[in-house]
Design a protein around this ligand. Structure first.
Ligand code: GRF
Length: 191
């Protein structure tokens, strides 16, 4: 039986890429990591992907005149690798209509807050500054907006009393690394 093929899109460290990779290795996520797409040639996620045998497609957005132009080249790669689902994991760009139309309800994102609270950049810092007692993690379908798509799953995280922003970040990341692979697995089974 052919497994569902995932493309992970990431611009940074790739701890969520690693969590997905490990869940696949452990058999908790029945999927193939078919492609890692990055818009940041120096992102450390690229080394992680190469070390673990995930094909990579790296591009530089500045070299294209429009989002549609670079998304068309991404789409070619997705088709080449027969990708079924797109998993955004720290991909610091809005997805455009080219990819949204090609993968309807097949693109998801993880965000480190309980959306609709604290969308956009530095959600953990925003929550910390606001002094909330509870924040969390959201996994949602992607639409053209910034962290606005339909919510698939959420998990709350208590803000540690008198802890630092780094403490909160660690707690949120450990929830992300458990939640993302398990939600991906559920979606695959339902599809
Ligand atoms: C995660 O916190 C995710 O919620 C957000 O970007 C971060 C990516 O972290 N969208 P990493 O690159 O997976 O470590």
């Amino acid at each position: 039986m052919t497994k569902t093929k995932l493309a992970v899109f990431a611009s940074g460290t790739g701890s969520n890429y690693m969590a997905i990779y490990q869940a696949i290795q452990q058999g908790d996520l029945q999927a193939d990591l078919a492609l890692l797409v990055s818009d940041q040639p120096r992102a450390t996620v690229i080394d992680k992907a190469k070390r673990h045998g995930t094909p990579t497609y790296i591009f530089e957005p500045d070299q294209y005149q429009t989002k549609a132009a670079f998304e068309l080249t991404i789409l070619e790669q997705l088709h080449l690798h027969k990708v079924d689902w797109i998993v955004l994991a720290g991909y610091m760009r809005l997805i455009g209509s080219t990819l949204l139309q090609a993968y309807p309800r097949r693109i998801m994102n993880i965000h480190p807050s309980l959306l609709p609270a604290f969308p956009g950049l530095d959600a953990i810092g925003q929550a910390f500054k606001a002094g909330v007692k509870i924040t969390g993690v959201t996994i949602h379908y992607v639409d053209e907006g910034m962290d606005t798509g339909e919510i698939i799953a959420q998990e709350a995280v208590s803000v540690p009393k008198s802890g630092s922003k780094q403490d909160l970040q660690k707690q949120i990341q450990s929830v992300e690394h458990r939640l993302y692979p398990s939600v991906i697995q559920q979606l695959i089974l339902q599809a």
